[in-house]
Design a protein around this ligand. Structure first.
Ligand code: 5AD
Ligand code: SF4
Length: 436
C-alpha cells in the first residue's frame, strides 16, 4: 500500500457531481490513486465544479490560488478541473491558472486515466468533447467493497428544454439516457454491496427514455430487485411527468413519497419568459393529480426570484403559488445571468429588489418546511438507518419523506429500516422512539 498515490476531490454543486466524483475516484483507482480527505498530502487534486449560478468560475480560480503553495512544495502534484466550469471555460482555465495540468468536461470522464497519464511535468491535458459513447460504460466498474445504504445512480444527463436562465443544455449537452440494462446491472451491484436506497439522477430525469415506459418503466424494473427497498429520483420537469409516473407514486411501494418538482415562478408571464412551456394552472393541475395518486406526497421545488422582467405583481404570484401548493422543502435563488443563455442579455431586476424578494420567499418556504416537519409529530415513519448519531446508542437516517430522524436504537445496524414514532421536531431533524 505504501506507494499508493493520493487523490483529493472537492465536489461542488448538484448530486450528479457527487456521483461523478465517486466514479472518477474509482476510475483513477486503476491508476494507483487512493482517496484522501485533505489537499495537503495529495498527489492529485481534482475540483469537480458547478456552473449553475454566478461566480462559480471565480470561486474555482480562487480555490486554485490556494493550491499554489502545495504545487510549489510538490512539483509532481497534478491539479485538474472537472465538471461544468471545465466545460464552459475550457483552455481559458489553464491560461488563467497555469498550474492546472488537466481540464476535463463532464462527458469525458471515461478518458480521465489517459488524461492523468498525459498531464504533469509541464504537459497539459484537456478534453471537453461531447463523445457519442456512454462514459459510464467505459468507467471502471465500481469495486465490490461494501458501502453505505444509500447511493446515487445517474440515469440521464443533459437537457433539451432550454429554460432561458439555465446553462445545463450548454455544459451537459443534449439529453441522453443510459440503457436500462446497464442501470439495472449497476443497481444490482450496489444492492449486493449493501445499498438499500437508490436515488436516480438526471438534470431532467423524468425525460428518461432508455427503458420501455420511460422513467416509470425503469422504476418498475428496479422495484423487482430484491434487497432494494427504496427508490427516489431527481430532478424533474413538470412537462415530463407522464401518467405512468404519476400513477407509480400511488402503486409502487418502493417509490418514496417525496418529489422534487421545480416550477421556478408562479407568474404565467415569467414562466413564458423563462421558456418553461407550461402555465401555473397546468402546474396546479399536475400537483392535484399527483396528490390524488399519493395524498401524503411531500413536494419540493426550486424558485428563481428577480428574473428579468419580474414585477412586484409577478413575485406576488410566486408567493401565492407557494401558499397554494405547500412545500415540504424548497430551494430558492436570486436570478444570476449566465453567459451564453438568452436571459443574460435582458434588462436585469435591481439587485436590492431581488434580495428583498428572496428574503420574503425564503421566510415563507422556511415556515412551510417547519410546518411539514412538525406535522410528522405523533406519526410513525419508516427510517432507513445510515449512520450512528452523536449520542451513545443513537442512530440517524431518513424517513420516507426525506426528513432526517434520530432515534435511540442500540441494537440497530446501518441499512436497517425500522418503524419510528416521531416525538420531537428540532431545527433540522426529527427525534423519535423505535415503534417495532
Ligand atoms: N440563476 C438562478 N438560479 C438558477 N437555477 C438554474 N439556473 C439559474 C440561474 N441562472 C436554479 C433553478 C434550477 C436549480 C438547479 O438552479 O431553480 O432548478
Ligand atoms: Fe435547466 Fe432544468 Fe430547464 Fe433543463 S429543465 S434547461 S436543466 S432548468
Amino acid at each position: 500500500m505504501g506507494d499508493a498515490k493520493k487523490l483529493y476531490i472537492k465536489t461542488y454543486g448538484c448530486q450528479m457531481n457527487v456521483y461523478d466524483s465517486e466514479r472518477m475516484a474509482e476510475a483513477l483507482g486503476g491508476q494507483g490513486y487512493e482517496p484522501t480527505g485533505t489537499p495537503d498530502d495529495a498527489d492529485m487534486i481534482l475540483l469537480n465544479t458547478c456552473h449553475i449560478r454566478e461566480k462559480a468560475a471565480e470561486k474555482v480560480y480562487s480555490e486554485l490560488g490556494r493550491f499554489k503553495g502545495l504545487k510549489a512544495a510538490n512539483p509532481d502534484l497534478k491539479i485538474g478541473v472537472a465538471g461544468c466550469v471545465a466545460q464552459a471555460e475550457g483552455e481559458e482555465i489553464m491560461r488563467r491558472q497555469p498550474m492546472v495540468d488537466l481540464v476535463v468536461g463532464p462527458q469525458s470522464y471515461h478518458r480521465l486515466p489517459e488524461l492523468e497519464a498525459k498531464a504533469g511535468g509541464g504537459a497539459k491535458a484537456l478534453d471537453t468533447d461531447f463523445p457519442q459513447e456512454d462514459k459510464f460504460d467505459h468507467l471502471a466498474r465500481r469495486p465490490k467493497a461494501s458501502r453505505g445504504p444509500t447511493a446515487f445512480l445517474t440515469v440521464q444527463e443533459g437537457c433539451d428544454k432550454f429554460c432561458a436562465f439555465c446553462v445545463v443544455p450548454y455544459t451537459r449537452g443534449a439529453e441522453a439516457s443510459r440503457p436500462a440494462e446497464r442501470i439495472l446491472e449497476e443497481a444490482r451491484d450496489l444492492v449486493e454491496r449493501g445499498v438499500r436506497e437508490i436515488t436516480l439522477l438526471g438534470q431532467n430525469v423524468n425525460a428518461y427514455h432508455g427503458a420501455e415506459g420511460g422513467l416509470a418503466g425503469l422504476i418498475w424494473a428496479l422495484e423487482k430487485i430484491d434487497g432494494l427497498e427504496r427508490i427516489r429520483f431527481t430532478t424533474s420537469h413538470p412537462n415530463d411527468m407522464d401518467e405512468a409516473l404519476i400513477e407509480a407514486h400511488g402503486t409502487c411501494d418502493k417509490l418514496m413519497p417525496y418529489l422534487h418538482l421545480p416550477v421556478q415562478s408562479g407568474s404565467d408571464k415569467m414562466l413564458k419568459a423563462m421558456n418553461r412551456k407550461h402555465t401555473r394552472d397546468q402546474y396546479f393541475a399536475l400537483i392535484e393529480r399527483l396528490r390524488a395518486a399519493r395524498p401524503d406526497l411531500l413536494l419540493s421545488g426550486d424558485f428563481i426570484v428577480g428574473f428579468p422582467g419580474e414585477t412586484g405583481a409577478d413575485f406576488e404570484d410566486t408567493m401565492d403559488l407557494v401558499r397554494a401548493v405547500g412545500y415540504g422543502q424548497a430551494y430558492s435563488f436570486k436570478y444570476s445571468p449566465r453567459p451564453g443563455t438568452p436571459a443574460a442579455e435582458r434588462a436585469q431586476v435591481e439587485p436590492e429588489v431581488a434580495t428583498e424578494r428572496l428574503y420574503r420567499l425564503q421566510e415563507l418556504l422556511g415556515q412551510q418546511q417547519r410546518a411539514a416537519q412538525d406535522a410528522m409529530l405523533g406519526r410513525t415513519v419508516k427510517v432507513l438507518f445510515e449512520k450512528p448519531g452523536r449520542l451513545e446508542g443513537q442512530m440517524g437516517g431518513k424517513s420516507e419523506y426525506l426528513h432526517a430522524v434520530h432515534v435511540h436504537a442500540p441494537d440497530a445496524q446501518r441499512g436497517d429500516i425500522r418503524a419510528v414514532k416521531v416525538t420531537e421536531s428540532a431545527a433540522n431533524s426529527l427525534g423519535g422512539t423505535l415503534a417495532d
